[in-house]
Design a binder for this molecule. Structure first.
Ligand code: PLP
Length: 390
């Protein structure tokens, strides 16, 4: 409703504070509310006296891309202040960024778009990127003659394939020591941090330069609404500052002009839909929604385990729960069209295993839907096994 009836209806294009003070200020208020709800460090909030703050981007991919560009600019400036004759291209061509092999495709894509080498590091048997792996990769790259300037470590809290969590407590201090920009991508699982019982996954978040999550994934906001918090806004604002006369206003510098925090100039009044959701559900309502999804995911897991023919490729984490047979199962489920289910790959004991994942996201899910999902899966399994036997 906030999106359709208010944001779209008033058609505000709030690229600077002056074009719509409400658009800017409500975004500051709602991103602070959300940051507090998730238990993020105070330095990410606008209300903190530091340089941090939240901003609404369209997608998590755009946030990663922006972070890569800002980190790239930071490194180029640092190199140039030490050696003014060095060319940008000589620095950029030797930068390297890291993420786990489980990270979302947007990380690799950001590397391609920003022309920065992104290296995928092997995650452990829990699909988690560990500090020791990062430390070794850094040493290897230094030894190979790459200039030891590292753009970004994209740590994922809740990976796309299996909802795994990178070990930020281990990665953070390494990034700090090497002056590496640590971005935390919690696109899906970030919403769960509204429940204190999941906040242990956030340990080490204080090392992050940026953090992002998508309320459009698991917090009842319609697409698009992705929130990014940055500890030092100057790294973003100064990196891409273009300030023509027609965009200037009297309060410049005293309030955020969000056009500097994003790629486009124009921007929608997205804070309204976040405001509507937060005010309608409240913290308790959102906690209830998240907890219900987790328990529905566990319900489905219990049914599948009890059936005896299925193996849990990864334990059910939050709301997300070999090979040829599973591919056939997937094809059969899709051909029958009752439920939509997507596959993923995970590595176990050195082998890639193909598994099916079910994500709980719709607000109105009930146990009936879980039973229907279970029936759709087991009926497909019956058909596939029969076909194999014949
Ligand atoms: N990061 C993670 C961990 C994701 O799971 C996804 C999408 O599934 C993304 C990033 C990309 O999100 P967006 O569509 O907002 O770019």
């Amino acid at each position: 409703m906030g999106d359709m009836h208010v944001a779209t209806a008033i058609g505000c294009i709030g690229f600077s504070w002056a074009t719509s003070p409400a658009c800017t200020e409500l975004e500051m208020v709602t991103t602070d509310w959300l940051g507090k709800m998730l238990g993020l460090p105070e330095h990410f909030l606008h209300s903190h006296p530091g340089l941090g703050g939240g901003v609404i981007q369209t997608t998590a991919s755009e946030t990663v891309f922006l972070c890569v560009l800002a980190a790239r600019t930071k490194l180029v400036s640092k190199m140039k202040s030490a050696n003014p004759d060095i060319r940008d291209v000589d620095v950029i061509s030797r930068l390297v960024g890291y993420s786990s092999d489980q990270s979302n495709s947007s990380v690799h894509r950001s590397g391609l778009l920003a022309e920065v080498r992104m290296r995928k590091l092997e995650s452990d048997d829990q699909f988690c990127l560990r500090g020791e792996t990062l430390r070794r990769a850094i040493e290897e790259d230094k030894a190979k003659g790459y200039i030891p300037f590292f753009v970004i470590v994209c740590a994922t809290l809740g990976t796309t394939g299996s909802c795994a969590f990178d070990n930020i407590k281990e990665l953070g201090p390494i990034c700090q020591k090497e002056d590496i920009w640590l971005h935390i991508d919690a696109a899906y699982a970030g919403s769960a941090f509204v429940c204190p019982e999941y906040r242990h996954h956030l340990e080490g978040v204080e090392y992050a330069e940026t953090f992002s999550t998508n309320p459009h994934k698991w917090m009842l906001c319609n697409f698009d609404l992705s929130v990014m918090w940055i500890r030092n806004r100057e790294l973003l604002v100064d990196a891409f500052n273009v300030d023509p006369i027609y965009l200037k206003h009297q309060n410049q510098g005293r309030v955020p002009d969000y056009r500097h925090w994003q790629i486009p100039l124009g921007r929608r009044f997205r804070a309204l839909k976040l405001w509507f959701v937060l005010r309608s559900y409240g913290v308790k309502g959102i906690q209830k929604y998240i907890r219900r999804h987790v328990s529905l995911a566990e319900e489905l897991e219990a049914l599948l385990v009890k059936d005896g023919r299925f193996e849990m490729a990864v334990p059910t984490v939050m709301g997300l729960g070999p090979n040829k047979l599973t591919e056939m199962l997937h094809d059969d489920i899709m051909a029958h069209g009752l439920i939509y289910i997507i596959p993923a790959y995970a590595r176990a004991k050195g082998n890639d295993i193909y598994f099916l994942r079910v994500a709980m996201v719709s607000e109105d899910l009930t146990s009936e839907d879980i039973n229907m999902t279970f029936s759709a899966i087991t009926e497909s399994a019956d058909r596939v096994l029969k076909q194999m036997a014949s």
